[in-house]
Design a protein around this ligand. Structure first.
Ligand code: GDP
Ligand code: GDP
Length: 438
């Protein structure tokens, strides 16, 4: 199941982090008056009147510069918006309408996403009149709130849950348990053949369901008592002439499918090996924190025997390096060999992705990992990581609280991740380790 995503968007200093923290009820994000402090997006699962949703603080919006860091921030923001089911567009009710607000409003109107306009810093009823001018943004009447005082936050959340789409929410059991699997890869690696091999299995009842965009068609079926949805199957099931098209369209299609899935099977052709484009697809999947498995198709064309498998797997692993946790499967869509394994492993990965490790176990693990190998000093300062807790599942996020979050070097982070995986598994699941001050 995918939770509905609510993204908080606004120019710097309007109070996004404050609102985020207010809703979460915990001080997850850094609240700081300096623009651009919350550059990374923060995710948290929130609940209101029994409806759960994923709340995302999209962080920065910067206008009018072309520096790479700013471009990266804007890309994050665009991405955040594209992922959202509802956008909370926050403006500063005290400061009044700015050019940046107008730019953002235009961007949001273009995105076609449902938007709830919220005027923040309306700390008293006397200030409420100030919010009226935001009506000019053409996004409806602004809801006046005060994030720092907690004023009218309940009303805001009522509005939010009313606007959440039914489809992705807790709308019946099916949505709860459905695994949304995307099958992606370069043209001609055998994606369509694989899908047809899967769907051709006896006793499978297959239903087409409309996806979120006009030309997206998903395919739904039950497998071993679990509901599976194959995402974006339109071009693949009815192999059209366009699907042989240029790489660009196939990339666009892949990106869309990845976005809409929980777990992604990246298919490659055994007779061709691994291309840079395959690695880029894998990068995308990992960046979006989806579950991932690598499917080596056309295995019937390869020399048989365990040794060949091992050799090929080693070759792929050497190429992949950073993706050590990705399971690799050898299948043939043509002969049907190991085709059901794709579903079995996808379900296993999905289970891992939803897994929650208890705080007590995590801290036991942290103690041992640090005892075995302490974090290197940060300049002259000793780095202490005191506490660890899993703050989100599907995708999993682990928060490590320490005295100098920026002092925890990349290779030490990699060490912790490796140890974490050794202890708790998370096969096929990209992990987020977030180092925070405490
Ligand atoms: P962000 O950069 O948009 O995430 O904004 P922050 O959450 O960091 O808030 C920016 C500044 O506005 C901080 O100094 C907050 O204390 C202040 N602020 C946030 N919400 C309110 C509010 O409801 N009323 C008032 N008066 N100040 C607020
Ligand atoms: P797509 O573009 O990724 O959807 O690839 P297709 O499913 O259309 O397959 C491309 C070509 O590879 C077709 O000629 C298929 O018959 C062939 N093919 C697909 N899977 C296999 C396989 O497992 N073994 C062999 N030998 N050929 C395959």
């Amino acid at each position: 199941m995918r939770l509905p995503v609510v993204a908080i968007v606004g120019r710097p200093n309007v109070g996004k982090s404050t609102l985020f923290n207010r809703i979460v009820g915990r001080r997850e994000a850094i609240v700081d008056p300096t623009p651009g402090v919350t550059r990374d997006r923060k995710y948290v699962t929130a609940e209101w009147v029994g409806r759960r949703f994923l709340l995302v603080d999209t962080g920065g919006f910067v206008s009018g510069t072309d520096e790479p860091i700013h471009r990266a921030v804007m890309e994050q923001l665009q991405h955040g918006i594209s992922e959202a089911d509802l956008v909370l567009f926050l403006v500063d009710g005290r400061a009044g309408l700015t050019g940046e607000d107008e730019e953002l409003a235009q961007m949001l109107r273009k995105s076609g996403k449902p938007v709830l306009l919220v005027a923040n810093k309306i700390d008293t009823a006397a200030h409420e009149g100030l919010s009226a001018e935001f009506f000019r943004l053409g996004l409806g009447e602004p809801l006046p709130i005060s994030a720092s005082l907690g004023r009218r936050i309940g009303e805001l959340l009522d509005e939010v849950v009313q606007r959440l789409p039914e489809r992705v929410g807790q709308d019946g059991e099916e949505q709860e348990t459905a695994l949304r699997l995307a099958i992606v890869g370069r043209p001609n690696v055998g994606k369509s053949s694989l899908i047809n091999a899967v769907l051709g299995m006896p006793k499978l009842v297959v239903t087409d369901i409309p996806g979120t965009t006009r030309d997206a068609i998903d395919t739904e079926f039950d497998y071993r008592g679990q509901r599976l949805v194959l995402v974006d199957t339109a071009g693949l099931r009815r192999k059209s002439r366009i699907s042989a098209a240029v790489e660009y369209y196939s990339t666009q299609r892949s990106l869309r499918a990845i976005r809409r899935a929980d777990t992604v099977a990246v298919v490659i052709d055994a007779s061709e090996g691994l291309f840079d484009q395959d690695k880029r697809i894998l990068d995308q999947v990992v960046q979006q924190r989806k579950g991932v498995l690598l499917v080596v198709n056309k295995w019937d064309l390869m020399p048989s025997g365990a040794k060949a498998t091992l050799q090929f797997e080693q070759m792929v692993r050497d190429e992949l390096r950073t993706f050590t946790y990705v399971p690799v499967l050898f299948v043939s869509a043509k002969t049907g060999r190991n085709v059901t394994q794709v579903l079995d492993v996808a379900l296993a990965v999905d289970g891992e992705r939803r897994k929650v490790v208890r705080t007590r176990e995590l801290n036991q693990f942290l103690q041992e990992a640090v005892a075995q190998h302490a974090p290197p000093a940060f300049g002259t300062k000793e780095v202490k990581i005191r506490f660890c807790t899993q703050v989100n599942a599907a995708p999993p996020v682990f928060a490590f609280y320490c005295n100098y979050p920026r002092g925890v070097q990349a290779n030490y982070q990699a060490y912790l991740e490796k140890q974490l995986r050794q202890r708790f598994g998370f096969m096929g699941v990209p992990l987020t380790l977030s180092f925070r001050r405490k």
